[in-house]
Design a protein around this ligand. Sequence first.
Ligand code: TYD
Length: 232
Amino acid sequence: MSVGSGLFVTFEGGEGAGKSTQIRLLAAALRERGFDVLTTREPGGSPGAEAVRHVLLSGAAEEHGTRMEAVLFAAARSDHVEAVIRPALQRGAVVLCDRFMDSSRVYQGVTGNLEPPFIEALQRVAVNGVYPDCTIIFDLSPAVGLERVRRRSVGATDKPAGVTDFDRYEKEELDTQEKRRQAFLDIAAQEPERCCVVHADSTEADIAAEVLRLVSDRLGARSATSAMSESQ
Ligand code: TYD
């Protein structure tokens, strides 16, 4: 459902998929074309939600269970929506958000084993009518994603690039990432109007061009719709 005249685009996917680089490139391309662009991220994005981000990512909430974590993600989302996302959409901005409600469905719902009605009830309250117009899902083999994350943390590996042998902990992590990958693909299959899957193992430039094309199509459809309603 659209809010105001803006466009709400969310970016989802596993670890190491390159979301943040692509959001930066897309924001720059859209600003060059004269759009008012707001980039934001979850958990966080507003002062209240950033305080909760700290609790969630430090692991402080973990010992209290997945249910508690899911409620905290939803509390952060509610603050972020009302303080930042809704006002930006109302003024006509293009909002680019790194992770949103689908991350809760996948991380807390599927791999956190929380029942779908609980997650959906939390989402309804948290998003309060502000649903993404478009969700870009970066799809990547978990082994490639983990290798990228490993290489990013300098000093964490002395293996040459491209060598992929994983320890027991990492193998468990790969299984979990594979479940998440499938869960994001399932969401895309269930909601094809909203979701687009982008293969995140192409070159940075090719992915950026595809993402810009997808979002430009939505912006084109948006201006055609508003032109039609203005002429009526
Ligand atoms: P972050 O450091 O922002 O990394 P990235 O988005 O690049 O993976 O970490 C956010 C983490 O929070 C990530 O592991 C996914 C998780 N998360 C959830 O479990 N549920 C949610 O609803 C959201 C928004 C994020």
